[in-house]
Design a protein around this ligand. Sequence first.
Ligand code: GRE
Ligand code: ZN
Length: 259
Amino acid sequence: TNWGYTNGESHWNQHFPYCAGPLQSPIAFKTAKLIFDASLRPIVLENYDLTDLAEYNFGSFSSKFAFDILPSTMTISGLPQRYTAAQLHIHWGSKTSPLGSEHTVDSKRYAAELHIVHYNSEKYPNVSMAFDKSDGLAVLGVFIEHLTLSYRLGPSVQAMTTFFHISLKSPRNVTNSHNIPAFDIRTLMPQRLDEYFRYDGSLTTPPCYQSVQWTVFKNPITVSQAQVTYLPFSIAVPLINNFRKPLPIENRVVLSSFK
Ligand code: GRE
Ligand code: ZN
């Protein structure tokens, strides 16, 4: 079933009932309403460096720029259970409106947002089994900001360039997989892994399963302005504004690891 953004979002629940549920993502973070939780530990990234993305494809995620297969050695700790990386993708805006993050902070929308999807590998054998389970997924969200002053650009710029290079080299095809050079995914993460928002939510695309423990880092990474405006064209089929607007928080508590 086809689904889309902009005016389409409000109709997702016609075919995907979970999209109208009480634990949907993204949400709008309000700094004044966060509950500080001193028990939230820094996220620890294991084997994010020199990641051999030996295979990837653009899989079923036709609405996103996604790497569907990440190495099974790539895990995170700092959560109650161990989670293994499965997929990463980015949500973005358009050339004329290059603000396409899904979560917002005090109404600020960032240029783009990276999601690294992990599954609960202590309980489930693979991501498919975990995808719709309430304790199935843990997603790391990273805000992407663009800078115009090139001398202030960080290591994330090179990583983005690698992404574009990879995606342009291969047709956007479900069955395609390729070997790509070792790649340090830490360069796509902010310096501070101890400051984040935490809440229970969902996939931000249909079928909107409410299976995600969200960790959204407070600090953005920065890439160049040119890279942000290039994102919609980095894939074979130009795609713009693939971000969902914030949903009601309902009865949820949004925790922060920082004061
Ligand atoms: C998405 O489709 O954007 C998505 C997933 C799984 C977890 C989080 C998320 O497919 O945003
Ligand atoms: Zn996403």
